[in-house]
Design a protein around this ligand. Sequence first.
Ligand SMILES: Cc1cc2nc3c(=O)[nH]c(=O)nc-3n(C[C@H](O)[C@H](O)[C@H](O)COP(=O)(O)O)c2cc1C
Length: 434
Amino acid sequence: MKKIYWNAFEMNCVGHINHGLWKIPGNKRINYKNLNYWTELAKTLEKGKFDSLFLADVVGVYDVYKGGFDTSVKEAVQIPANDPLIPISAMAHVTTNLCFAVTFSTSYEPPYSFARRMSTLDHLTEGRMAWNIVTSHLDSADKNFEIKHLLTHDEKYDLADEYLDVCYKLWEESWEDDAVSIEKNMYYADPTKVHKINHKGKYFDVIGPHLCEPSPQRTPVIYQAGMSERGRDFAAKNAECIFLGGKTIDDITYIINDISERALTFGRSLKNIKMFMGLCIVTGLTDEEINSKVDLYKSFWSLEGNMAHYCGGQGIDLSKYSQDDNINGFAVGEIVNTLNRIDGKWFKVIIGKPKEVADQIQHIIEQTNIDGFNLVQYHSPDTFEDFIKYIVPELQNRGLYQKDYSPGTYREKLFNLKHKYRYNKSQGVNSSRF
Ligand SMILES: Cc1cc2nc3c(=O)[nH]c(=O)nc-3n(C[C@H](O)[C@H](O)[C@H](O)COP(=O)(O)O)c2cc1C
């Protein structure tokens, strides 16, 4: 049986996906601004043998619903939101195997400084970093940066292509493997082995050299999240891991097949690409325990918060429509109904006792051939602690969850690959991942 990968899905904020639940007494989400929150989380996840912590991020506010950001601010819908990169070194310090996948958009900050931050983290984590590439969809984010001419959706992907190109050159071509020669004790690095990259492109001119010496992975593991035609092509060409949208077996199967076909046309081997889907779980040992959790979540659920999130993401202000109106073939009333359910929104939701949950997970894996899951929270830390206590042993018995970590960097853990990168200039793809 193939290995299944498990990521804890997080964001450096109060309200990530399931809005309103930060108000539950004992929910530690409001401690997101304390380092202790992150180090305790990391220790819990490593004890539970999670593969990685996956951090989402946005750099704008959800300000479409009711024509402004008031609802988002009141309900803490991804605002306040701190920088996701900064707690990682502290989490790395209290763990040895847990890996970190961090979302960073190619649309706003230039690649030179970002490549440096990732190299720094790849050094400090000893090769446990991944970058989830997004191009971002919030108009409000575009307005926060000095983008004089706003880019269209597809232009953002053109820019992302070049962004990644620059990063590859900095990470892979600037410093030769044996440039640093401290063993020889004569000089720190050999200048003939540290190269400028001399990149001149449509969006960026970057001369180099890269400021960091080669980190354990050089290039962090490349994740991608973005499901349009261009997004799927970008993923098929570049990504080693892909975070898919979709919640039904049919949706997920369709997307996996579609991206797989695209990847094959780019000459890549499917064994070098792992597909992940989002998953929410509510569990307990008895029906009473499960029902009381469901009732608790329902009682704190914020329809307003979920509306603000949905409308911001879609760029549609549902407050302007009546329940009977139709948008893109969906009745507004139906959308609102879905947003009002704790099992309704974007990701697959499983509610049940451990064996029932594991049965459903196994069914999803068998039907879709998915490689891994991003586990979404309702409550911090209960969601992950319940999962580790109740579901992990069931999954381990079925071979669907690792019993121990394999050694090495994130890329080695995922693909059993000793990293050796070969950048294929003519194809613009990373041929080591073929
Ligand atoms: C499952 C999933 C998760 C995503 N998470 C984020 C995120 O955390 N931050 C973000 O800015 N965009 C996120 N995105 C969206 C990306 O911004 C994407 O680049 C944007 O939607 C435009 O690409 P697309 O039209 O190809 O989907 C996510 C998309 C998907 C499918």
